[in-house]
Design a binder for this molecule. Structure first.
Ligand code: C2E
Ligand code: CA
Ligand code: CA
Length: 537
């Protein structure tokens, strides 16, 4: 008999289902449509109740999620999958990596990834055989939790897949924010039609994945027409009824033994196959994606004679530049408009680098802009660019821009106040120096050089200053430890120390400077005569 179980029947049966393996995995192969080799398999949960028969995940998973039981079901399936891998390896059955689904509720559970890892270790499964699928919808509650989960999975060596890409929440930008290794695209989200609207979206997603050089697996592929279509746009990996339904263990082992295997690889050769023309057809879905899903972006051509002309920009690009212009008004103009010769050179060099490397290249340039409301201003843009097409000696480049003016100005103010501080310290009775964390170099101020006879750069600081006796031996270890603390990110340090051969008390201070990412970069040291301060008061 087969009957769909209701919520309370499911909850009553849950513990028993774990114990008796009524909750168990099926395996659905993933095949390279070109070579027919297997590249992996997805593990799919089933529940076969002794009384009610087979239950499907779309029915029981929401119930488990609602009742905070999904992590136990997922760990159970992961454990059975690991046990299966171990058994196969003991029987010398050649294996492919398995993909396990991670519910978005598992992401809220901070112990989940460690629990996976404990199970993996228990069965001694090589981590390269394990992939974890997260759905795009996991990011709905914010990126922080998903990012943390991905980082943790990566730290243990798991491959992370973005499941159901294109199902709705997607902004293509999410691919830049979430560091996933594989993308899965489900045909059902494109209503299976090809050539029409759905097909064009798929095409654009495939192109995006290729830019990022991430392997793509098409899921839910039911017929040859769909598989051939995916192949024609550069997505070779197929999971779907066309090749196989989800299989029970024995049948899956048969298939493993009958097929050759190969690893997943990113789709390549974008430039030679890309149909760049679609990008400026206003009707095309590429255009829709360009306008709606990516950040501030522009497409421009570059000719070897140096001319760089904007072909397309999206709304966000105009906004990022603070322009109250329409796309029409700036298309056809120089991408570098508003930049002086110095900044133009930086931009042009970056284009040339992008052409040579065929990789993403970045620059930061200033440009003058004018807007009717705010008048003239200067802005700083960070541009990430990449070649996406070549025709003769003309190149097509895709640029993502970010307005970093505020960030830059802050930095310049800091730099200026630092310069002022340095200047002031030359006037007062202060010795100043800077310590560079990465290289352990110290650069003394002019006064230090003059009074203490120091060279312009001291390597392996603070050892030379200790050796020279500027810092007395009984303070040497403490002073060494300061530099360790700086490297570990301490914000400031201070103490009174008797310095130089005269052992004169100085107030020694350090202030650490951090990079944008929070790493300690430099520390500014100063030594002020204590005597002088007491004399002053
Ligand atoms: P999913 O992760 O997107 O899994 C793919 C679904 O598509 C599976 O449904 C699979 O049987 C089905 N499928 C595969 N090929 C074809 C095809 O050619 N045509 C059609 N129409 N469907 C195809 P299934 O097994 O019913 O699973 C449904 C969903 O339940 C999964 O979607 C996944 O979100 C969830 N799920 C399955 N197993 C687990 C699990 O172990 N843990 C968690 N948390 N969720 C799971
Ligand atoms: Ca999945
Ligand atoms: Ca899926």
């Amino acid at each position: 008999m087969q009957k769909r179980m209701n919520d309370s029947e499911l909850l009553d049966a849950f513990e028993g289902a774990l114990r008796t393996d009524a909750l168990f995995p099926l395996y659905q192969p993933q095949i390279n449509h070109n070579t027919k080799h297997m590249v992996g398999a997805e593990v799919l949960m089933r529940w076969k109740d002794p009384e009610f028969g087979m239950q499907y995940p779309s029915d029981f998973i929401p119930v488990l999620e609602k009742n905070d039981l999904i992590f136990r079901a997922d760990l159970h399936i992961f454990e059975l999958g690991c046990r299966f891998l171990k058994k196969c390896s003991e029987q010398d059955i050649h294996l492919v990596p398995l993909s396990f689904n991670m519910s978005r509720y598992d992401i809220y559970n901070h112990t989940y990834v460690d629990a996976l890892e404990a199970i993996r270790k228990k069965y001694d499964v090589p981590v390269k055989l394990l992939r974890i699928e997260l759905t795009e919808s996991s990011a709905i509650g914010g990126l922080a939790l998903v990012t943390a989960a991905i980082e943790k999975l990566h730290s243990y060596g798991y491959i992370v897949e973005m499941d159901d890409f294109g199902s709705g929440y997607s902004s293509l930008n999410i691919l830049k924010d979430l560091n996933v290794d594989v993308i899965k695209l489900d045909m059902k989200f494109f209503d299976g039609t090809i050539g029409g609207r759905g097909g064009i979206i798929i095409g654009a997603v495939v192109q995006m994945a290729r830019w990022l050089e991430i392997p793509l697996i098409a899921e839910g592929v039911e017929n040859m027409e769909q598989a051939d279509y995916m192949k024609s746009i550069g997505c070779y990996y197929i999971q779907g009824y066309l090749y196989s339904k989800p299989l029970p263990e024995e049948t899956f082992i048969d298939m493993l033994q009958r097929t050759s295997h190969e690893p997943l690889k990113p789709a390549m050769n974008l430039i030679s196959t890309m149909d760049a023309g679609k990008f400026w057809n206003p009707q095309s879905m590429e255009t829709l994606i360009f306008n709606n899903f990516v950040g501030a972006a522009a497409i421009f051509t570059y000719e070897e004679n140096g001319s760089a002309v904007l072909l397309r920009v999206n709304e966000k690009y105009l906004r990022e530049l603070g322009m109250n212009l329409s796309e029409k008004e700036i298309v056809g103009h120089d991408v570098m408009a508003g930049q002086d010769e110095h900044n133009k050179k930086i931009y042009t060099d970056t284009i040339r680098r992008a052409i040579a490397s065929r990789d993403e290249e970045t620059c930061e340039t200033w440009r003058a802009i004018h807007s009717d409301c705010c008048g003239d201003d200067e802005i700083c843009l960070r541009t990430d660019m990449r070649v996406i097409g070549v025709a003769g000696n003309q190149y097509l480049l895709y640029a993502m821009v970010q307005n970093i003016t505020a960030e830059k100005r802050n930095f310049m103010v800091l730099e200026q106040s630092e310069r002022r501080f340095r200047f002031a310290s030359e006037q007062a009775n202060v010795y100043a120096w800077e310590y560079i964390v990465a290289t352990r170099q110290m650069r003394p101020c002019f006064r230090c050089m003059r009074d203490l006879g120091l060279p312009a750069v001291l390597e392996n600081y603070p050892e030379p200053a200790i050796a020279m006796g500027i810092f007395p031996p009984d303070y040497a270890d403490m002073y060494r430890d300061w530099h360790r603390q700086i490297a570990q990110g301490v914000k400031s340090l201070e103490a009174i120390m008797p310095l130089t051969v005269g052992r004169i008390p100085f107030h020694v201070r350090y202030t650490t400077e951090f990079s944008e990412s929070g790493k300690p970069v430099k520390a500014y040291g100063s030594a002020t005569l204590v005597i002088e301060e007491s004399q002053k008061t």
